[in-house]
Design a protein around this ligand. Sequence first.
Ligand code: GDP
Length: 207
Amino acid sequence: MPLFQNATFHISAHKLSELPPPAGVEVAFAGRSNAGKSSALNTLANHNRLAFVSKQPGRTQLINFFSLGNDRFLVDLPGYGYAKVPEAMRKHWQLTLASYLSQRPCIGGLVLVMDCRHPLTPLDRQMLDWYSPSGKPIHALLTKSDKLSRQAANQTLQQVRKELEANWGNCSVQLFSSLKKQGVEEAETVIGRWLFTPEDDVPDAVA
Ligand code: GDP
């Protein structure tokens, strides 16, 4: 059974003051609008509409919490980099994201979702610059890997891995396809290790 199958919608926050009090462990999902973040969350949760797959990127400006039970959460951060968002709103969200990532003690790690055809955009690098000093782990999902040949996808994987190692510590990276359900177990294993301790009752893949 997929590790996050029991994920249920918990709460949405428009601003930092609306965040639930820190408790347990949460794993944050960040990424450029349209990178495939909602699809990846839905795929991991084995749920078609847990996170809303947007027709218009950049519209959902909320921090959405999905509960896995026992104070474990997956947190969907608003997508960044959508050109049509007004400047004031962009600034507000940059600040909110930076504050959330730097001040939230219960974040177990950051999943950075990037379209494998356009990895490490300037805003992705900014996100890595913000989060990496926390010393907490970062896992990059190179999504839509079905859109590249196997060879091109593997080349991208190696290139991104090299850059992550050279510039930011504590990063891992993998290929992922929501369409083909590829990379699901690998992602579950990494994220599961951040969320659960060996004492928790979790499937063998993570323990
Ligand atoms: P978000 O804005 O980052 O949440 O991105 P979405 O999950 O809404 O996806 C943006 C678009 O990319 C949608 O049209 C999805 O159907 C498509 N998409 C997402 N993941 C994949 C994937 O793994 N493969 C392919 N081919 N398309 C995908």
